[in-house]
Design a protein around this ligand. Structure first.
Ligand code: DGP
Length: 114
């Protein structure tokens, strides 16, 4: 039995996904249950369950994920208005325990978030 997370399986091409970007550090694919016209998940290839597991050694990787998120939003036509969200922990809605940034755009978003 595999103990890989769902997103590790996507990275390994063991399950399909609509991949929009990939490089040596991260992969980005469309969310299977989109909450906006653009809803893309940006994941590090390095397994890290959640943001609170990051250490200062991950500073460059986390910066890369943010800059890549903005680049992807721009490439999808939403470079001027998009939201990046991270759920850290089941209590705030995290369901897949492999760090991922939600990159959303194409509709109005309320603030504060629900
Ligand atoms: P979170 O709740 O923050 O852990 O977000 C997990 C997201 O992952 C959620 O928006 C739905 C998405 N998701 C779950 N399973 C799959 C899948 O098999 N493929 C894709 N592309 N997305 C998935």
């Amino acid at each position: 039995m595999s103990d890989k997370t769902l997103f590790e399986k996507i990275i390994a091409r063991e399950i399909p996904a609509d991949i929009v970007f990939e490089d040596d550090q991260c992969i980005a694919f469309r969310d299977i249950n989109p909450q906006a016209p653009m809803h893309i998940l940006v994941c590090p290839k390095k397994p890290m369950p959640m943001l609170s597991d990051a250490t200062p050694a991950d500073n460059a990787l986390l910066g890369h994920l943010l800059v890549t998120s903005a680049t992807i939003a721009a490439s999808q036509g939403y470079g001027d208005a998009f939201r990046v969200a991270i759920n850290n922990g089941a209590a705030v809605g995290q369901s897949v325990f492999h760090l991922h940034l939600h990159v959303l755009g194409g509709r109005r978003f309320s603030w504060p978030p629900g």
